[in-house]
Design a protein around this ligand. Structure first.
Ligand SMILES: [Zn+2]
Length: 220
């Protein structure tokens, strides 16, 4: 699996420092389960943060403090496997990463998907975060999502299949970070249905009138 689209450093830093909302954190944790590169980056951030905290003392910082921090980082360089990771060794790998299965109540075939129309399904994911909405989406292979813009931030993590829009092609593990500057019409690629986790902090703004009507009904 080759992942091309990763969260920005700001999101990873918020996650590593615990300053991220639960719904956004779920998207980042799920990406980390699939992405060794970002696991490594986040692990470095967490170690650096821990070292900085430990180095805070009432005495003035000595000139050797930076050397001490760097030395400690070197000491812990082999301790990189301690992040939440799904079980990649299982015989039939689940589609949903472990953090997400816990929230959703199972893997994709065990879930009580709700019909969206035109062959698409969704499943709201309950979190304690009232600043954002998380949901799983299942878009039929080869079908489009209506063209829309965003009024806030939208994170979309692909878990199965793939989708394409003007910014590229997103496969399993890829995470798209979209804001109000992006107007796009994602298309699930032919082959298998595209299943993704979408986290938004404001309703999408659909360009199409019919889609707006549907939006009122499903509150997407
Ligand atoms: Zn990544």
């Amino acid at each position: 699996m080759s992942i091309s689209f990763h969260p920005g450093e700001g999101l990873l830093l918020d996650y590593a420092s615990g300053a991220i909302g639960e719904a956004w954190g779920l998207a980042i944790a799920s990406h980390l389960s699939l992405c060794p590169t970002c696991r490594s980056t986040t692990s470095d951030m967490e170690r650096l943060g821990a070292c900085l905290l430990e180095s805070i003392e009432p005495d003035p910082i000595s000139t050797g403090s930076l050397d001490a921090v760097l030395s400690r980082l070197g000491d812990q360089a082999d301790d990189r496997a301690a992040l939440p990771i799904s079980n990649p060794e299982s015989a039939i790998p689940p589609i949903l990463p472990q953090p997400l299965r816990g929230y959703a109540g199972g893997d994709v075939e065990q879930l009580n998907w709700k019909r969206l129309g035109l062959g698409a399904y969704h499943l709201p994911i309950q979190t304690g975060d009232d600043t954002a909405v998380a949901r799983l989406l299942r878009i039929p292979a080869g079908r489009p999502v209506p063209q829309h813009t965003h009024q806030g931030l939208e994170l979309t993590l692909v878990l199965d299949g793939s989708f394409s829009d003007i910014t590229g092609r997103y496969g399993r593990g890829d995470l798209q970070e979209a804001d109000e500057t992006l107007e796009h019409q994602p298309h699930a690629d032919p082959g298998i249905d595209c299943i993704c986790l979408a986290v938004t902090d404001a309703p999408l703004r659909f360009s199409n009138f019919a889609a707006r009507l549907v939006q009122r009904v499903i509150n997407i």
